[in-house]
Design a protein. Structure first.
Length: 336
């Protein structure tokens, strides 16, 4: 059993396991680059979810470490690609991998992460089942990323995305996209914990439902922080989604519904303008804030927290369940 106070020890164990399987037999000159995305930090929320879910299902957190590590490797690999695609120069308050080492190097690092998952899971319970689950989650994340790009209002001229771009983005479009891009990974983490614990189907379903709704809450919170957060705390540039012409941000979507006509036109122009200045981004954020979109967006997020708690009520009252119940509060205050 571990506690929030002991999470640093859990993180150290996960990081050590990742390092072991990432750098085995690697050419020494590449070692630091391979470990860089891990060394710059992160809260290790996903592996913690796997381990807590295993305990909440009556199993052992220790036995869940290989599966937990596999999901963290998958997550970090997708972040590397995400930064390349979005030209993101900051990750967790540090220079992103592609910006530090170059685009080709970052792609190769991310591919190494994917291959390390197989080695990690050779030490897991039910390795084939967990590997199949991780593979499906990665498929979902890739599809979600493609959908996210297709919801952009302007900026990319790649044939697939420019040809697939919707004229209008709905909240349902957004929810389908974040279900794939973000919530699937959280759902998979919780399901993996239940599998490792040999839990019955009802417990696996409850934990999967919890993880899915936590993923929704996480991404919606991320969208809110992108617009209303503080850069030094968030670890990424504030207003980045506006600069990247994102149609798939809940604050922007609600703004296009709730602002007055003049403000809607101002926001719509900002989303399709080829280059948006920092001053213009600041002005748009001010418009969104003055219209109460920070409050409205958090209200939108709250229903997913309710669904999470509902799913957990079917599980026995344990310390692990209590920790899962406490996670939303931590996520809403997270920095990066």
């Amino acid at each position: 059993m571990f506690s929030f106070e002991g999470i640093d020890d859990v993180n150290a164990a996960i990081d050590s396991f990742m390092e072991k399987h990432l750098t085995s037999e690697v050419y020494p000159a590449f070692r630091d680059a391979l470990m860089y995305p891990i060394k710059v930090g992160g809260k290790r929320i996903r592996p913690i979810l796997v381990m807590l879910s295993a305990e909440a299902a009556g199993g052992s957190a220790q036995a869940a470490i290989p599966a937990a590590t596999a999901f963290e490797l998958a997550h970090n690999g997708t972040l590397i690609f995400d930064d390349i695609i979005d030209r993101g120069e900051l990750r967790r308050g540090n220079v992103s991998a592609w910006k530090k080492y170059g685009e080709a190097a970052a792609i190769l690092i991310a591919l190494r992460y994917r291959e390390a998952i197989v080695r990690v899971l050779s030490e897991s319970k039910h390795p084939l089942e967990i590997e199949s689950l991780v593979s499906k989650v990665i498929d979902d994340v890739i599809e979600g990323e493609m959908l996210d790009i297709s919801l952009e209002r302007a900026g990319r001229d790649e044939p697939l995305f420019s040809g697939f771009r919707k004229k209008e983005v709905t909240v349902d479009d957004y929810l389908f996209m974040i279900r794939k891009k973000t919530a699937s990974l959280f759902e998979g983490c919780c399901r993996a914990g239940a599998i490792v614990a040999d839990a019955p189907p009802s417990t696996e379903k409850a934990l999967s439902t919890y993880g899915l709704n936590l993923g929704y809450l996480f991404q919606i919170t991320d969208d809110i922080l992108d617009i209303f957060g503080a850069e030094e705390e968030f670890g990424k540039k504030i207003g980045k989604d506006i600069m990247e012409h994102k149609g798939g941000n809940i604050v922007i979507l609600l703004g296009l519904q709730m602002l007055n006509d003049e403000q809607k036109r101002m926001l719509a122009r900002g989303l399709v303008k080829e280059s948006v200045t920092e001053k213009e981004v600041t002005e748009l954020i001010g418009v969104l804030r003055s219209a109460g979109l920070d409050r409205e967006s958090r209200t939108f997020a709250s229903k997913y927290e309710e669904e999470m708690n509902k799913a957990l009520r079917s599980l026995p009252e344990t310390d692990a369940r209590s920790m899962l119940e406490a996670l939303p509060g931590i996520l809403l205050q997270r920095r990066h």
